[in-house]
Structure formats: structure tokens, C-alpha cells
Design a protein around this ligand. Structure first.
Ligand SMILES: C[S@@+](CC[C@H](N)C(=O)[O-])C[C@H]1O[C@@H](n2cnc3c(N)ncnc32)[C@H](O)[C@@H]1O
Length: 401
């Protein structure tokens, strides 16, 4: 059982959730304002320059981007159509003055939105939150994360990371017949939009994803629980920046999601648990009747993909993984060391080890590392852009000694 939270913590969590919903709602007006800035800037130029730009069709391109923004906003409105499922009360889609936050979508809101009102006991409070650039970056990353996890275009990227992890999992349990895989419990912390966890469940393992970002949780809920048709949604994930773009087609590239309708055999066991990895699986939880911490030794495999560098304290992450694994359980890791809390502005502690130190730490904690290698992998990269990062990601499997 996770730590019990104080009223102040619960309130803070609710406020944060509500602000995320507001950020989704304000995506259109924010992005249109950015595009209007581009339009306005044209008029500051000498007439002859304006004419040259007009001859390139630059203004038409801006108009096409407006349309793509509306399409993205329509998709995002479906993600937040049913926020009460997360047990939080959220504001309605108006600002404090009663103006519609998402005027571009008037009349287009999905049916379930109005349906919510019939069930909510208290009137929804309006939310005056003004999302900042950082918030909007998270919405933009969420759209790209959809490409990684739930599009045909993302298949190549998934193969780079999820592919070797699934192979290693199957290899480790090669002597367990497929029909008995359900007995094996696999945890995927930092599950993002849930594709790796879903794929592992599709292989027949019992699988639990864990994720704490509201952006990710709301988004994966739509895909995993409300999708009835493949390629039902069309999004435009590459309109967010005009930098490093080859041509208009790549800027306006439409991506259809999801590539598959998520569905698992009836007897499968797949769940996504919302919350902080250290709080839910870490020590300090109430002991069970046997005097044990509830998660101790419960997991046959832990799969960390681009996750361990989200730690403030990597020692606690590795200790937790070690403690929750069953004897001879396997930890499969893949990812770089992009320490998420390095240079944080919130005074949070951050320990930033190099790769050798991480592996040495893992050994000292009680892991035997094997199958070590470096795998080139991209992460939400625009395969058609002029800039692409490739991580030389570290891969290993480690068994609990
Ligand atoms: C770099 S992303 C990787 C997502 C996914 N594994 C993938 O490969 O696409 C890291 C994820 O971990 C989540 N995360 C970070 N810290 C977490 C924590 N303490 N508990 C749960 N999730 C966390 C983030 O919200 C984010 O979705």
C-alpha cells in the first residue's frame, strides 16, 4: 500500500491534475497565438521581402498549420473528455471569467464531456491556470510520444528499444511454456504511453505498467481503453517547431494512431498503476501480515526502458528494483543516462553517476549483470527532420543474487 498522503498533498496533486487538463484545453489558443506571431512578423518586413515570402506560399503554409493545430486540439480534447475517471475534480473548459478556453472546439466536444456533468456531484470549478511554455512542451512531447508507441511510423524506433528487451525477457524465461507465462509478473516502471507493457502482456505475461505523469496517464487511457478502430485518430506532431524542417510535407506530416486496436486475450492480466515508482514499490510501506513489505519479492521481471535516469537517487531506484524482484528474478535495462534532475531549479537532490558507476552500484546492491551491450536507439525522433539524436544506450540483463 502506498504512503498515506496528507490533505495538503492530495490538494496539490488535484491542483496539478487540473492544471494539466487546462494545459490540454489551452493547446489550441496557445499554438494559434504562436502561429499568429509568425503572421504578424511578416508585416514588420519591407514590402519587397513580404512579396517574396508570399511568392513562396509562406502564408498558405501558416494557414495549413492552423488547420493542423485544430486537428491536434480535437484529439487532445478527447484525451481529457473524461477526466473524472482519475478520481479528480477538474475545472470546466472556461477561464475564471467564463470564457471558453478552447473556443475553436465549440460544439465539437465529444458526447462523454456533457455526460460528465450529469454525474458530477459538485459543479465544476473554473481554472484560471495559465499554462507556460514548459507545460506546452509537455503536450508537444506527448504528441510525439504517440508516434513512438502507437503508430506504424514508430515501429522502427520501438524495435530498437522494446525489441531487445522483449527478446531478453523471452530468453530468460525460455523454459516456461507460453501457456504458463501468466504466472510470471513483469513490472514496467515509467511506462510512458504503455506500449512496452502492453506488448509484454500480449506475449502472455502478467504485466503492470507504472507511470506518474498525468500527461501520459490521460493519454494512454484513451488509447488503451477507448480505441475501437485502428488509425482512428490523425495527429500532426511535427508542427510544433519550424526549425530543422526539410519541407512543407514533413512539417505537416499526418500520423494515424493507433497502429493496432489494443486488445488482449480474455484471460490476460494487464494493468497500469498511477503514481510515483518509489512511493508505490519502495520501502517504507505498511507491512503485511507476514511482516514483509507488500511488494518484496513479488516481481519476476522488472523492465526499465529510458527510465533509470529519472531517479533523483539512483541508489534507491536500484535497491527498490532489487527488493521487489523474486529470487532469480531478472532486471532488464535499456537506456541512456540523461539525468532528469540534473540542473533542476526546485532544489531537489540529484545524484548523477556515470555508466561504470551505475553498474558497479548495481553489483554492490546484489545484481549479477550479463548480456551487456550498447544499442543505438532514437527517442521520439522526427525521422524526416534535419536534426536527429541517436543515443548509445546501455543494455543489460541483471539477475538478483
Ligand atoms: C523517458 S520516459 C520513457 C517512457 C517509456 N518507458 C518509453 O521508453 O517510451 C520516462 C517516463 O518515466 C516516467 N517517470 C519518471 N519518474 C517517475 C517516477 N518516479 N515514477 C513513475 N514514473 C516516472 C515519466 O513520466 C516518463 O513517462
Amino acid at each position: 500500500m502506498p504512503h498515506s498522503h496528507s490533505d495538503a498533498e492530495i490538494e496539490e496533486e488535484q491542483r496539478h491534475f487540473s492544471n494539466v487538463v487546462t494545459t490540454f484545453q489551452r493547446y489550441a489558443s496557445y499554438s494559434i497565438a504562436t502561429n499568429n506571431r509568425r503572421r504578424k512578423d511578416i508585416f514588420t518586413l519591407p514590402k519587397s521581402d513580404q512579396e517574396l515570402l508570399t511568392s513562396l506560399g509562406y502564408k498558405e503554409k501558416l494557414d495549413a498549420v492552423d488547420k493542423a493545430i485544430f486537428a491536434n486540439a480535437e484529439f487532445l480534447s478527447q484525451i481529457i473528455a473524461d477526466p473524472e475517471i482519475f478520481g479528480h475534480e477538474v475545472g470546466d473548459a472556461t477561464d475564471g471569467d467564463g470564457n471558453d478556453l478552447n473556443p475553436y472546439l465549440s460544439g465539437q466536444k465529444p458526447h462523454s464531456h456533457s455526460h460528465d456533468h450529469e454525474h458530477s456531484s459538485a459543479p465544476r470549478k473554473s481554472n484560471k491556470y495559465r499554462p507556460n511554455e514548459g507545460d506546452m512542451d509537455k503536450v508537444a512531447s506527448t504528441l510525439k510520444q504517440f508516434v513512438r508507441d502507437w503508430s506504424e511510423e514508430g515501429k522502427e524506433e520501438r524495435e530498437m528499444s522494446y525489441g531487445p528487451m522483449k527478446e531478453a525477457l523471452l530468453a530468460h524465461f525460455h523454459d516456461v511454456p507460453e501457456r504458463e507465462r501468466r504466472k510470471l509478473r513483469v513490472l514496467v516502471p515509467g511506462a510512458g504511453l504503455g506500449r512496452l507493457a502492453y506488448d509484454v502482456a500480449s506475449l502472455g505475461f502478467t504485466c503492470q505498467g507504472n507511470e506518474f505523469s498525468h500527461y501520459m496517464l490521460l493519454s494512454s487511457y484513451l488509447i488503451l481503453n477507448k480505441t475501437t478502430q485502428a488509425k482512428y485518430h490523425t495527429i500532426y506532431p511535427y508542427i510544433q517547431t519550424f526549425s530543422n524542417v526539410q519541407n512543407r510535407e514533413t512539417l505537416l506530416r499526418a500520423i494515424s494512431i493507433p497502429d493496432v486496436v489494443p486488445s488482449l486475450p480474455r484471460n490476460s492480466d494487464f494493468s497500469l498503476v498511477a503514481g510515483d515508482f518509489e512511493e508505490i514499490y519502495g520501502s517504507g510501506q505498511e507491512l503485511d501480515v507476514n511482516g514483509e513489505e507488500p511488494q518484496s519479492g513479488m516481481w519476476d521481471a522488472v523492465l526499465t526502458c529510458f527510465f533509470i535516469d529519472t531517479a533523483k537517487n539512483i541508489v534507491n531506484y536500484l535497491r527498490t528494483i532489487h527488493r521487489i524482484l523474486a529470487p532469480s528474478g531478472v532486471w532488464i535495462n535499456m537506456g541512456p543516462l540523461l539525468w532528469h534532475w540534473e540542473n533542476n531549479t526546485t532544489n531537489d537532490p540529484s545524484v548523477e553517476l556515470d555508466l561504470e558507476e551505475v553498474k558497479e552500484l548495481a553489483r554492490k546492491i546484489g545484481f549479477q549483470i550479463s548480456h551487456e551491450r550498447t544499442i543505438d536507439a532514437t527517442y521520439v525522433t522526427n525521422s524526416e527532420g534535419m536534426l536527429g539524436y541517436t543515443y548509445r544506450a546501455a543494455f543489460w540483463t541483471a539477475t538478483k543474487l
